[in-house]
Design a protein around this ligand. Structure first.
Ligand SMILES: [Zn+2]
Length: 68
């Protein structure tokens, strides 16, 4: 469990870079991170912030191509 809390420098950089990105939210009821894609309006969710960023990047790069 503890290893999940350790971020390598690149992941830390990515987390900081996207930490204040619009569209991100945290659902306290389901304890999941949410992201509303500003390009296609689709709602994405993930169990943690780090996974949310990966899902968001995958979505924008491979699914709706928002911002690219
Ligand atoms: Zn999208």
């Amino acid at each position: 469990m503890l290893s999940l809390e350790i971020l390598d420098p690149f992941d830390t950089f990515v987390s900081k870079k996207y930490n204040n990105k619009p569209g991100y939210g945290y659902n306290f009821f389901t304890k999941e991170w949410t992201y509303n894609c500003s390009s296609c309006g689709e709602d994405l969710d993930a169990p943690n912030r780090k996974t949310m960023t990966k899902i968001r990047l995958y979505h924008t790069r491979n699914e709706c191509l928002g911002g690219y």
